[in-house]
Design a protein around this ligand. Sequence first.
Ligand SMILES: [Zn+2]
Length: 278
Amino acid sequence: MPELPEVETVRRGLEAGVVGRTAVSVSATGARTVRRQGATELQLRLTGRRFEAARRRGKYLALLLDEGGALVVHLRMSGQLLLVADASLPLVPHTHVVIGLDDGSELRFVDPRTFGEVYVAGDLGPGGLPVELERLGVDPVADGLPPARLGRALSGRRLPVKAALMDQRLVAGIGNIYADEICFRARVRPDRRCDTLTPPAVRRLAEATVEVLEEAVAARGSTLADARYRDLMGEAGEFQHSHAVYGRADQPCPRCGRPVTRTKVGGRSSFYCGRCQR
Ligand SMILES: [Zn+2]
């Protein structure tokens, strides 16, 4: 599932290849993908609009439109956005939305599992983003994450640290992979309860969150064995080679050499070092 670094990589691709272009045609064949407003409404609201900026909050993308509003894309489990220079190239299976651009290229939304969503949001909030995106928690890459702010978000909560990091209302953009990597970097067990964290542990978590996510953005995200995540041009990311614990059960911890432990936290597979993390 794409998380903040993967979505930010797609956003950078949109900034380079789609901002400044105008949507000249819109075709939506996936009813579930456009469930919020339907194919006809999407077509009406998007055709003829120019993309002014590519923004992101957490795992949501927002392409701001010239006459107000924004095209919102949420990749969810398996969504991909692809920019195809040659519109005569055949559509891959599970292509649900095709937006023709004024330079002859096409922006295509592909999503085998159809949890993803594409829609035009009419109203922008005071931060210049669709209001439902502005309700999300702090974005550690776009906004930074001061330890005091993370401390307030986690204060008094009885849930595991990993579950809190993945709660999009508290911190936006973190999913299963990066939550494990952040906990490892911060030397905090993913199943530790938030209300047991000391101030130094909160500070390590805040610093690790920004560091891990920024390093992953620099490596253009993580493409796992399922090869599902691709950037806008169809290229894989590189950060999977830098994972310290995620997906590395029984392999040596990069810090101490003890085998990495696999467990479940909140129903999700989780990986940590039982010696380095407390
Ligand atoms: Zn270790």
